[in-house]
Design a protein around this ligand. Sequence first.
Ligand code: CA
Length: 517
Amino acid sequence: MRRITILILLLIAAIAAVCGCSGGIAVTDPLYGNYYEIFVGSFYDSDGDGMGDLNGITQRLDYINDKNPDSKTSLHVDGIWLMPIMPSPSYHKYDVTDYFSIDPAYGTMKDFENLLKECKNRGVKVIIDLVLNHTSNQHPWFLKAAEELAEGAPGEFAAYYNVKDTLTTGFHPFGTGGPQDLYYQGVFVDAMPDLNFDNENVKKEIEKIAKFWLDKGVAGFRLDAIKHIYSDQGQNVEFIKWFSDYCRSVKKDVFLVGEVWSAAAEINAYAASGINSLFNFPFAQQTGIIANAIGQGAGEYFSNNLIKSRQALLESNPDAIDAPFLSNHDLDRSAVYFSNDLAKQKMAAALYLFMPGNPFIYYGEEIGMTGSGKDENKRAPFHWSASDSIGETSGPSGMTSYIAPEKGAAEQLQDENSLLRFYIDAVALKNKHPAIAKGATSPIDSGNKAVAAYQQTDGKSAIIILHNLGFDQASVTLPAESSYELAGFLAASGGDVSLRGNSVDLPGFSSTIIVCP
Ligand code: CA
């Protein structure tokens, strides 16, 4: 036992000597990592029926993480977020009819268990979408509730939903077979009746659901629509705290990321619940901080906002992990709002992938897929290859407009200037420097409005991140008291970086990582 300890100590010392400049071994926190969001139905079709499925994801895991950190053919993300996989009458499955199974269109529970096993072999975490705010109006709970109420005998299931006798905004008539003088709440649409969270039985059901999937081996959940649980923010925060505490009692290192589609102040109010993570909507979308910064060549604006955003988030919850992203299944794809401009898409990727926290890449974003307007258009078939259609899905039936990128993933993997290779390089760089993800953020004065500059420190290593969002080369003088080493460079439109002493020359549209030994 003692010999093993000494061997381990020697090994640590050897690694530390090699690392030298950063002064220690990078300690990775299991809660941190880069994620990939997948709409299962549009990702990869393993059996030729046109529908993406769980076995399809298992077959294409090398694309997600091939376990060889040096390969240039894999994204090397640490986790995947699967959009809803439970049985549902809709194509998007955000209205669940059974919280304990897999939608047959996507495969079987065995397929899911197999996917979990294969992901575990590669160190890839799986989080699944959990839709708690509402069920489907085809869920047995709701069907029984309607029956009880129609018979004038409200019982166990009627109390699962919010029912009243006046028709106001957000309420709907039951329709045929249901009570004729009562209305139920469905904040989104009538097909999605809201659950009654004041009912202890509903909360018990939710505990059962969470435990079921955590015991199965999921790393955590993406929590849908959590600002709609109650109409009151304080009650929602209480609910999320209760749910987070419960999940942690089942799995200590559970990772929960919530959707609060709002401005920063409201998102930060929810962070106080103690949930690990909340999506950073203000930096995403066409009108968000990243797109604005790129549109205006305003690097300083980006880093100023980043510093402000970090401060406010960590004040609300010092353990909060930011979840930056560019696009998701509800938003226009970023290729659309960057007008397919390759350099802008690359620059945007570098900006959010190098933000502290757990970035979420929306499937297809990394190959420049387009899609806007109708939701179905934003959830189009992943374009695996321009030369063959093996595994390509048919896409949602309501999809009205979709143009696949000229090059598919297969072709882009071979092209070192492609968007996909840029994503691969950026994620690799981030993986090499864990302080980018988990570290204290402090501002650096770049002296140039086009240049974003900030430092990430995890106590062991200090890392400086510079983005030049201008078209022209920019020179930045770093504080004189340190020495610096170049640790990574990404050019969104060509050129090279140079570092002499504390002076850095950055070509236009480029990102540089510098370590302070
Ligand atoms: Ca299929």
